[in-house]
Design a binder for this molecule. Structure first.
Ligand code: FES
Length: 110
């Protein structure tokens, strides 16, 4: 049986939310933010998770090890605004047991 993991998400107002995320629903961080309504509808996940809009950009705040960026994610972050060294696309971070304890901050709305 798979377990929920705990993810900390700082929203665009600077408020921290610790949420439980299921590992057995094939979800990603962008979908998690939407599920908990931590960003207004229409401001995140615009491309539906295709690595084509960067509305799901977030900054990784701790050293939980994440899978490498795929070329689509690299390319999108190359073009996006407000990109930092720790930027990732939330839609490309899948919720697995390996990311338990991850802390991310949502990037400003571009
Ligand atoms: S939802 Fe569009 S890039 Fe992630």
């Amino acid at each position: 049986m798979s377990q929920d993991v705990t993810i900390k998400i700082i929203d665009r107002e600077g408020i921290a939310h610790e949420v439980q995320a299921p590992t057995d629903m094939n979800m990603n961080i962008m979908e998690l933010v939407r599920a908990y309504e931590l960003a207004p509808e229409g401001t995140i996940g615009i491309c539906g998770g295709m690595a084509m809009c960067a509305s799901c950009q977030c900054y990784v705040l701790n050293d939980v090890e994440l899978p490498e960026k795929n070329p689509d994610e690299e390319a999108m972050l190359w073009e996006a605004f407000n990109v930092k060294d720790n930027s990732r696309l939330g839609c490309q971070i899948h919720i697995t047991e390996a990311i338990d304890g991850l802390e991310v901050e949502l990037a400003p709305e571009a």
